[in-house]
Design a protein around this ligand. Structure first.
Ligand SMILES: C[S@@+](CC[C@H](N)C(=O)[O-])C[C@H]1O[C@@H](n2cnc3c(N)ncnc32)[C@H](O)[C@@H]1O
Length: 302
């Protein structure tokens, strides 16, 4: 299916105000149309302002990050050295969940909210290994993440990337690229991995979840991962969160497993439930068992 071309700048959320363009590094490998779209959005990319998407990419060992992101990544990990391992554990968990959703639960439409910078084991690659017809929409508020996703998806029919803020569910759900890719009358798996812990309670994360799940039919799923308090070293986690927030302006809210469960509202957890991600269908060869920093699982709308 041909993809409507929307300038990225037309999709940008209000908290990415125009800034002085400073980087042209990203445009090298893009085709002329993407380059034109990027030119419109470069004003919103400030390589000196660290972003959660690119810091996470750094922890995962990716290359789509700037010096400011690496500095925050290093400083935060000084306070909490297991963070890069925790990021990889989360990414591995995401892969296991996507495989289960598609291969075992029969889902063929995925809406990945807070999708991040493309990396090894992207959602559409894992999903399509199980069912090549799976349709995927990636959504992120970070223009670098979406620019790279769109480059990657250039020749991939049925998969799109949208620059948008999940705190505005209506804008995501009404987006033309979502509407032409996902049929909201059929079951969808809505994914929120390692993103709701950036939304404080006064941002009403449970209402965000509710709005997305209200828009999809019964039989749909919510798949989630979320940071939990570090019971072994709460001081280190608080230091890391403070350091991260001071440099990014973005809070990290570790919620208890009970609080994460409440975000699900009336959705019914499916086996093995909402548990430590390391215990969720672990891969005996690759899943670390000493790192319970996040809870996650799948829940279904009745
Ligand atoms: C830690 S990364 C997780 C990436 C991916 N979901 C994963 O688990 O591997 C968090 C992502 O959420 C994105 N994000 C944070 N707040 C967001 C918002 N309000 N709307 C959309 N994306 C957001 C960040 O830009 C970043 O890419």
């Amino acid at each position: 299916m041909g993809r409507p071309r929307l300038p990225l700048s037309a999709q940008v959320g209000a908290h990415f105000p125009p800034r002085t363009p400073r980087s042209a590094r990203l445009v090298f490998m893009m085709d002329p149309v993407d380059r034109a779209e990027m030119a419109l959005s470069l004003g919103e990319i400030d390589p000196d302002t660290p972003s959660p998407a690119r810091i996470y990419d750094f922890w995962l060992g990716g290359s789509h990050n700037f010096a400011a992101d690496r500095e925050v990544g290093r400083r935060t990990a000084e306070a909490m050295p297991q963070l890069p391992v925790a990021a990889r554990a989360n990414r591995a968990f995401l892969g296991r969940v996507v495989h289960h959703l598609v291969a075992d639960l029969g889902v063929d439409q995925l809406l990945d909210l807070g999708s991040g910078v493309p990396t090894a084991g992207n959602v559409h690659e894992v999903a399509r290994a199980a069912n090549p017809e799976t349709r995927v929409v990636y959504v992120d508020v970070d223009p670098v993440a979406i620019a790279h996703a769109r480059t990657l998806l250039e020749d991939v029919d049925g998969c799109e990337a949208i620059l948008a803020d999940l705190r505005n569910p209506g804008a995501v759900l009404d987006h033309p690229l979502l509407r032409t890719t996902i049929d909201l009358k059929r079951p969808v798996a809505v994914m929120m991995f390692a993103v709701l812990h950036f939304i404080p309670d006064d941002g009403s994360p449970e209402l965000i979840v509710r709005d997305f799940m209200d828009a999809v039919p019964g039989g749909s799923y919510l798949a989630i991962s979320h940071g939990v308090p570090d019971v072994h070293d709460p001081g280190a986690q608080q230091d890391a969160a403070r350091s991260y927030a001071a440099r990014t302006g973005i809070p990290f809210i570790a919620r208890t497993p009970e609080e994460v469960g409440r975000l699900l509202g009336p959705l019914k957890p499916v086996p093995p439930g909402l548990i430590s991600i390391d215990e969720w269908m672990p891969d005996p060869l690759t899943t670390p068992r000493d790192n319970p920093l996040a809870y996650g699982g799948i829940a279904q709308k009745g």
